[in-house]
Design a protein around this ligand. Structure first.
Ligand code: ZN
Length: 259
């Protein structure tokens, strides 16, 4: 049996990643993990989160924050972003930065177990993974499908969970999936072999779709099932840690709003 927990945009939120992985391993019986990047940035535990992801020994791709922290372009940041970035850089060792620098932009992941089909992971898009473009709608997603050679590709970056489908000619968004996730905090999707899917798994550590709960996906390759779900975590604890670290209070407030 192979069930892969697919996590993205952890952003130094240890309270959130701990709750998500507990849910994945203990309640959802996940056997594998794939990480779509942006491990660091914004919140109070960059080093702890990076060490946590590394000990999972799972496939990881690079996010824009993972890239930026290695080579910060402070001149392009506003005061808040620069303050948070300078703080994050100080928390990481040279060895940790080198590990982030070596991450690939996209990877093919083959789940264990006979007959399981492989899938692709990328932080932003497959057509221009280093440009860090934001996929907001089905039109934006069309370019990705031209470079997607597996039925399923998982991505993050916008911090908003969504499912895009490609029928060979058109890119469309599956609004039913989104609606069910909003209503129930949980939704299942059975991929149709006639379509390709480009699935945004949402954000573990800084959701931006007005639901402050952590979000992640599960791919059950035996059952041909993709699950998107929300997980409660200790938001107050994460906010207190931000205050204690002296990071901008706006970063704590937005965790409470989920935006
Ligand atoms: Zn991010």
């Amino acid at each position: 049996m192979s069930r892969t927990a697919i996590i993205s945009d952890i952003h130094s939120n240890y309270h959130a990643i701990y709750a998500v992985m507990t849910d994945a391993f203990e309640h959802e019986r996940c056997t594998e993990v794939a990480c779509l990047g942006d491990i660091v940035g914004y919140n109070a535990y960059p080093s702890t989160c990076l060490d946590y992801i590394r000990q999972l020994n799972c496939p990881v791709v690079k996010g824009n924050h993972d890239e930026e922290v290695v080579n910060p372009r402070y001149e392009k940041m506003n005061d808040l972003a620069r303050e948070a970035m300078e703080w994050t850089v100080r928390q990481l060792s040279e060895e940790q930065l080198q590990w982030l620098a070596r991450l690939q932009y996209q990877r093919i992941v083959r789940p264990s177990g006979g007959g399981a089909s492989s899938f692709t992971i990328v932080h932003s898009t497959l057509d221009q993974p280093k440009a860090w473009n934001y996929i907001i709608n089905a039109n934006d997603a069309a370019g990705n499908f031209s470079r997607q050679f597996s039925q399923l590709c998982f991505h993050g970056h916008t911090h908003v969970p969504k499912v895009y489908m490609w029928d060979g000619r058109h890119s469309v968004e599956d609004f039913d999936v989104k609606h069910r996730l909003v209503m129930n905090g949980y939704t299942e999707l059975q991929p149709d072999p006639r379509f390709k899917y480009f699935i945004n798994v949402g954000s573990v550590g800084q959701p931006r779709d007005n639901d402050p709960r952590a979000c992640y996906a599960i791919y059950d390759s035996d059952a041909n099932l993709v699950i998107l779900k929300r997980v409660e975590y200790d938001i107050a604890g994460a906010q207190a840690a931000i205050a204690e670290a002296g990071l901008p209070s706006y970063l704590a407030e937005r965790l409470g709003r989920g935006c």
